[in-house]
Design a protein around this ligand. Structure first.
Ligand SMILES: [Zn+2]
Length: 217
């Protein structure tokens, strides 16, 4: 759990969005490898072990963690960087499930932080890659991610994950993942699709202004 990413984490408690306070027992190169995150509002505690913060609240990670899937191909990290439009640095992207296998290769291609959710066994935390273990909700600030990649095993988390993406940000899915509502399809091939999160653009504001009552996103 990189110290910069801590600022992006949010409590899952039933109260207004709240950041979390980190207490580190063991840190390696700005990554909290062992410690705890605490909510100043409801006192919830989320332990960090082996660099992965546990937000499952004792319910166990979603089945995404067990999904193996076909192996990635040599140029898949390059393809993922392109689909996520990582031509500039800064910010972070969220990789769900088996996409985590490309996290370090992606970091070598683009200077962005990477958060992996329910990563498969063998994915190391550190070097800008931070891990979270989640059940049914994504504990990140709304609209804060540059983009998200969804694997088949994480389909149930798609809506919660997309809400963390900034309007216009990229959403990537494996071909078998149904295109979520709120995502405008940009391109599709036999293995993947890529879209943009709708909302927040000038056109949408114009439409809303002429058609009250507006609905929130
Ligand atoms: Zn809380």
């Amino acid at each position: 759990m990189h110290s910069e990413i801590v600022d992006t984490l949010r409590c899952l408690g039933a109260h207004d969005e709240s950041w979390l306070v980190a207490a580190a027992d063991h840190t390696e190169d700005r990554h909290i490898m062992r410690g705890v995150l605490g909510c100043p509002v409801c006192r919830a505690r989320y332990p960090i072990d082996a660099g992965v913060a546990d937000f499952t609240e004792g319910r166990g990670a979603s089945s995404a963690a067990a999904t193996e899937g076909p192996p990635f191909e040599d140029d898949d990290a390059m393809k993922l960087a392109a689909m996520l439009d990582l031509t500039s640095g800064g910010g972070y992207v969220l990789l769900l499930g088996r996409w985590a296998r490309l996290a370090h290769a992606l970091r070598e291609l683009a200077p962005v932080m990477v958060i992996v959710a329910n990563p498969p066994a063998g994915v190391e935390m550190g070097n800008g890659v931070s891990g979270i273990s989640i059940a049914d909700r994504v504990p990140l600030a709304a609209g804060s991610a540059r983009g998200v990649a969804i694997d088949v095993g994480s389909s149930a988390l798609a809506d919660s994950a997309i809400a963390r993406v900034r309007p216009g940000g990229r959403v990537v899915g494996e071909a078998e993942v149904e295109l979520p509502a709120g995502v405008e399809l940009l391109a599709r091939d036999e293995r993947h699709w890529v879209g943009a999160r709708r909302g927040g653009g000038p056109l949408l504001r114009l439409v809303r202004g002429s058609a009250p009552p507006a609905t929130s996103t």
